[in-house]
Design a protein around this ligand. Sequence first.
Ligand code: CP
Length: 307
Amino acid sequence: MKNRKHILSLKDLSKQETLDIVNRGIEYAKGSVSLGTQLSGKVIGIYFTKTSTRTRTSFSTAALRLGANIISYGPNDLQTNTGENLEDTLQVLSQMLDGLVVRTSGSQQALNNFKGQRRMALVNAMTKEEHPTQALADLTTIKMQYGELSGINMIYMGEGNNTAIALALALAKFPKVSVHFCTPPNYGLNKELLEYAKTEALKNNSMITEVHNTNLLPSNTDIVYTTRWQTTGTSKPDKDWRQKFEPFAVTERLMTSYPKATFMHDLPAHRGEEVEAAVIDGDSSIVFDQAENKSHSAKAVLEWCFI
Ligand code: CP
């Protein structure tokens, strides 16, 4: 009887499970783990219906480096493209694959409906609601940078998208953390998931807040985080959205208020939009360490699914 595990939402992971994945990712990043056998004999599907540079490559290379074979499906390769539903597709793939890493334009629910089966490990590589493997990689980067996750202070500027939700759910598990989301009006975090993260944070003596006013930023922070304004595969209904977003850009001026802060961005970036080039290419930026850590974290994620 196979008993594969899934990573669909950070709501499903305990603090210890999250830490185990983060710590293992750090071991991979430090090169202290021998590669090649962890997933030998496994076949992992990499199914992306939307564009991706980092996530698709990191999971593909992670699977290969750990000894698995992969089958890569782009948006036009499966019969979902001709009308077969995702549920039937996942059912059939689970009868053939050991694991599936999936980025879908669909909702989280379609993946959650498939949680009950344990034959095929399922990894959410981004849905409309959440980007959990991004947050796991980001926690890996933060722990490598600061030595711990407890007590971290973060300001997040920009749209309350699936990366923002994943960060809220992940950081809420740790004590004395403060995450301050500063999002444009009507572009905030999913309310239900934000409330869930706030409640979890309070249980851990931590604080998650959201404001829509850049005059309400805290006086100190360890990290300033942003994401691009056009989240992959989405569009904005109102034509004036750029004007609403402009005050939420991460500028050199903003960073001078936080001289000790590091700058993080999940990439891809648009210099001159959500972040000034001088910031993302400046001394405080760790965005390319962050991107590299996606590959180390992906190894930890895949390995965890099969332990
Ligand atoms: N950050 C991130 O998910 O990058 P990709 O869209 O390139 O995978």
